[in-house]
Design a protein around this ligand. Structure first.
Ligand code: FSX
Ligand code: SF4
Ligand code: F3S
Length: 400
């Protein structure tokens, strides 16, 4: 593989981006002619919520970078955002706490992501729509007929398989979740699971899993895009939909269905406490001097080294904070089975139980303590510089 300094490699990459650019342009053209006009004019919606044009441009820059696209794609990302409300969405709820919808809809003050979510064309949403009973069922049937093969099916919640699926029935005809999920997903252009429950079963599937619940992909045997997390970050859903609008296809996924652009690195890789980990500076007890100094939470059970997610980069609640920043270790909520393997342990994992991962912290500590003080200082210092660079890059993150 070439490097950025190799002119031939640079030329090949440039050509590839140009091809993608024209592919995205024609896809957006096609979509504009095939789908109903935008339900909401985005610029009007932004203005009415006090989001300026400048904020929107900043958001476009940040989102383009977040999607791992070069700056030439900024105008296309903006255009895809304008089309957000054209995409028909059918949003189903199964076994879950509805925290995902709450996380998406309850923002303390409007930002571009939350306004985009407000404009989304919800043909059917079990907890938000006014209709109930037979009327709700008719709405769903109409949406499936009108947008057959064109809508995105978004699912929150796991599917219980026990009692032939009867632990979860919905609607006036008492359909099981499994029947409804099969009916809707078979007509969808893409299936996006929101939250750890829909992705992998989550708390419903935690031991002893009395209803035999599991994630949508496993129960239906279909490919799903998994926006993991309990709840997941709204920015990861918005980015995935934008990618779909831009390219007309799904983003690259990891082996468990998570978009690589959002879940390709570990929480530990971008954590602001990482220099303390590298310097073997750990909180040993809640409220101790290390906690006051913001030291690493590994010994208090932080599972950031085993968890793939962009939480430190994107953060939550309008980029204000994220779990480790708020003082609690990561509980691994984007990983399958985390309630059984990671969340309850307020101590480091026994690495033999999950295999691989980091060396144990004691080994790392021993290595560092065996080095000279200067060695530790340089190592921690270099890590700090690297993180400062990341911080700077993150200034353009989802703050617009
Ligand atoms: Fe699960 Fe979501 Fe956690 Fe709750 O819909 S991912 S329990 S935040 O609500 O599904
Ligand atoms: Fe951050 Fe946790 Fe890694 Fe420590 S162990 S650096 S707190 S992610
Ligand atoms: Fe979940 Fe860990 Fe992020 S608990 S929200 S993956 S920091």
């Amino acid at each position: 593989m070439g490097t950025a300094r190799d002119p031939l490699y640079r030329e090949t990459v440039k050509k590839q981006y140009e091809e993608w650019f024209s592919h995205c342009q024609s896809h957006l053209d096609r979509m504009e002619s095939e789908l109903p006009p935008p339900r909401v004019e985005l610029q009007e919606a932004l203005a009415s919520q006090g989001v300026s044009r400048r904020d929107f441009i900043k958001w476009t820059t940040a989102t383009t970078a977040l999607l791992m696209l070069p700056p030439m794609f900024k105008p296309l990302v903006a255009r895809a955002a304008e089309q957000f409300s054209r995409l028909p969405v059918v949003w189903l709820h199964f076994a879950e706490c509805t925290g995902c919808s709450e996380a998406f809809l309850r923002t303390s003050y409007p930002n571009v992501d939350s306004i985009l979510l407000d404009t989304i064309s919800l043909e059917y949403h079990e907890t938000l729509m006014a209709a109930a009973g037979y009327q709700a069922e008719q709405n769903l049937e109409k949406a499936l007929a009108d947008f057959n093969g064109k809508f995105v099916c978004v699912i929150e919640g796991a599917l219980p398989r026990g009692l032939d699926g009867k632990y979860l029935t919905l609607g006036p005809k008492g359909k099981t979740g499994i029947t409804l999920a099969k009916e809707v997903t078979s007509k969808a252009a893409a299936v996006v699971c929101i939250g750890a429950c829909a992705c992998y079963g989550n708390v419903q599937a935690a031991k002893p899993n009395p209803t035999d619940a599991a994630g949508i992909g496993e129960v239906l045997g279909i490919k799903t895009v998994n926006i993991a997390g309990c709840p997941p970050n709204p920015a990861n859903f918005v980015g995935t939909v934008l990618h779909y609008l831009l390219f007309g296809g799904l983003p690259a996924l990891d082996s468990i269905g998570r978009p690589v652009w959002a879940y390709g690195t570990r929480v530990h890789d971008y954590c602001e406490r990482r220099p303390h980990y590298d310097a073997a500076e750990f909180v040993a007890e809640w409220g101790d001097a290390g906690a006051a100094k913001g030291w690493c939470l590994y010994k208090m059970g932080c599972k950031g080294p085993y968890t793939y997610a962009n939480c430190p980069k994107v953060r939550f609640n309008d980029a204000v904070s994220w779990p480790v920043m708020a003082g609690h270790g990561c509980i691994g909520c984007t990983e399958p089975g985390f309630w059984d393997t990671m969340a309850p342990l307020e101590k480091p994992i026994d690495e033999k139980t999950i295999g691989g991962g980091e060396k144990t912290v004691d080994t790392i500590g021993k290595v560092l303590l065996g080095a000279t003080v200067v060695g530790i200082g340089v190592h921690a210092g270099l890590t700090a510089i690297r993180h400062k660079d990341n911080d700077n890059a993150d200034e353009t993150s989802h703050k617009a």
